[in-house]
Write a protein that binds this ligand. Structure first.
Ligand SMILES: Nc1ncnc2c1ncn2[C@@H]1O[C@H](COP(=O)(O)OP(=O)(O)OP(=O)(O)O)[C@@H](O)[C@H]1O
Ligand SMILES: N[C@@H](CCO)C(=O)O
Length: 307
């Protein structure tokens, strides 16, 4: 059996719609083994949206690898241990896709290169901003091209923390993409290009004082925040307590605030505020560090059946 550990991820990071994302230290474990025949899928915790047949996202990701390399297991057992909350903007689908591709590549003899796996994952997800950090870790700037992903990975220092607010409701990426406008105004494109560029420079040089300005966005948040009644309250309280920017995580509904050395005071202040505020949803709160490793092998016993 092969066990793969794959991190959560947060995409967009403010202004970088579909091109910036970071892996976070919150993990799913995907265990796979070849069996004599059939497909057996188990999951814990389980959820009605986790398919137990060929429609399962991990299985579909694995199948893209088998199709690519021309090797198929006789049968397959997949066990999913899920820590990443589903459909909350924390890259649960990208973890399934990148982790499934990584596991299938190991099972089928490691024929694909890292670049090939990154491309397959981005193509399947439709954009590279969750799948690339889920595959290789770190904070990634990435663009999906015709046949490859052009990307740069930045190793995030532990000094930078990611304060994650997770509400008790789901918001599917598909729905949150469909409500975006087909066209945007030129001035909004200019607004975002400036902020995304500033973000890349600020994060890689450690100039965190620029982050509150660099994480502003006009491409998706103004539209999506209407689906998240507490959005402004959470962002404002984060900034008030000293966050270096606060924004929607991926397609939402989770919100992330960037915090540095003073994260313990920030954490205490936020917990007190959340306990005393009137909010439309219940919000879980946790402080995470970036994961700089991506998908990794947790353990390998035997790989596939003898042929
Ligand atoms: N552990 C899992 N096992 C199988 N399928 C999963 C698992 N986690 C997520 N999925 C699938 O992915 C879907 C959620 O994907 P979606 O893109 O809507 O949200 P997300 O990836 O959590 O958020 P975002 O893309 O904004 O970060 C679920 O409905 C389910 O079909
Ligand atoms: N960039 C994507 C991330 C979610 O998968 C979006 O915002 O729709």
């Amino acid at each position: 059996m092969i066990s793969v550990k794959v991190p959560a991820s947060s995409a967009n990071l403010g202004a970088g719609f579909d091109c910036m994302g970071v892996a976070l230290k919150l993990y799913n474990i995907i265990e796979v083994e070849e069996i004599e025949k059939g497909l057996i899928i188990t999951s814990s915790p389980d959820d009605p949206s986790i398919a137990k047949d060929e429609n399962n996202l991990v299985f579909k990701a694995m199948k893209t690898v088998f199709d690519e390399v021309g090797w198929y297991p006789r049968g397959l057992r997949i066990n999913l241990i899920n820590e990443i909350p589903l459909t909350r903007g924390l890259g649960s689908s990208a973890a399934c896709i990148s982790g499934g591709i990584y596991a299938a590549n190991l099972l089928s003899g490691g024929k694909l290169s890292e670049e090939e796996m990154i491309y397959l994952a981005a193509k399947m997800e439709g954009h590279p901003d969750n799948s690339t950090p889920a595959m290789i870790g770190g904070l990634v700037f990435a663009v999906l091209e015709d046949k490859k992903v052009n990307y740069i990975k930045f190793v995030v220092p532990t000094r930078l923390k990611f304060a994650v607010f997770i509400p008790d409701f789901q918001l599917s990426t598909e729905y949150a993409r469909n409500i975006l406008p087909k066209y945007i105004e030129f001035k909004d494109a200019v607004f975002n290009i400036g902020r995304a560029t500033l973000f890349a420079s600020a994060i890689t040089t450690g100039n965190y004082e620029l982050l509150p300005a660099a994480t502003q966005d006009r491409l998706h948040q103004p539209y999506r925040k209407k689906l998240i009644p507490d959005f402004d309250k959470i962002v404002n309280l984060s900034l008030e307590f000293g966050a270096k920017g606060a924004f929607l995580s991926g397609a939402g509904p989770s919100i992330i605030a960037l915090v540095d050395e003073n994260y313990e005071i920030f954490e205490q202040n936020v917990k007190n505020a959340l306990a005393n505020m009137e909010l439309a949803a219940n919000w879980d709160f946790m402080i995470l560090e970036a994961d700089n490793s991506g998908a990794t092998v947790f353990s390998v016993q035997s790989t596939s059946l003898k042929r």
